[in-house]
Design a protein around this ligand. Sequence first.
Ligand SMILES: C[S@@+](CC[C@H](N)C(=O)[O-])C[C@H]1O[C@@H](n2cnc3c(N)ncnc32)[C@H](O)[C@@H]1O
Ligand SMILES: [Mg+2]
Length: 245
Amino acid sequence: KWVIPGAVQYHGGLALIWHDVIVEWILDTLTQSTRPQRLLAAVHKKATRGNPRSVVKAIDEFCNQNEWAMNVGNEKGSEILDSVVSETNPGCVLELGTYCGYSTVRIASLLPPHAQLITLEFNPDNAAVARQVIAWAGVAEKVRLVEGESGEWIPKMKEQFGVKTFDLVFLDHWKNRYLLDTKLMEECGLLKKGSVLLADNVVCPGAPDYLEYIRNSPQYKSQFFKSHLEYTKAEDGLEKSVFLG
Ligand SMILES: C[S@@+](CC[C@H](N)C(=O)[O-])C[C@H]1O[C@@H](n2cnc3c(N)ncnc32)[C@H](O)[C@@H]1O
Ligand SMILES: [Mg+2]
């Protein structure tokens, strides 16, 4: 366990430098493994195969007790992401940024029968871990994990996967891509009246250009949900934006 200075818990920028750069580098060096590999080991040890909520719980325990990781986390997950998924009851979902599959499992476990979730991840090591986490959770048949860059794959969604439009898009990849990929989804005709965009980390690390666009565009009705950066007390939140067509 790490004794974390108060400033690191409450200051988003410091928290990210500490957990996502310094501690990760130290632990990777000491253990000769990667954070996603350690997270996967915790899933295998603590979660029940075929039980998605036990996978989510095992990852949250690992991140609260052992080491921070960039999953959406339990606070934002249970209070915002789960509610939006349940209210939207989507048939077709796109997730941008899979990492280890934590939010993928959370979303997939709430989908109605026959719904499909496509999740994009460009880091092959993360994707390899995510595949195993998704399989362990027993939600693989609802999930198509696509390895590659969002900018390259969004334009191929219709032709490669037969997608008409997405009912829900969870944006949680690198923050400078939120705006570009939203405009790309619009251009590619992937949004319809009522499609919901849910963007994580709009405060920390922050996506100011995205917020400026989505809050001022007459094509969206947008709402902010205040919360905290995953596994910390630093300010963060999600932006839910409904496409009005
Ligand atoms: C914050 S993590 C995702 C966390 C995950 N949604 C969760 O809550 O469990 C962001 C991930 O997006 C991936 N990523 C970043 N930019 C991307 C892009 N343009 N296309 C595909 N993947 C991307 C990164 O490799 C990283 O694994
Ligand atoms: Mg996030």
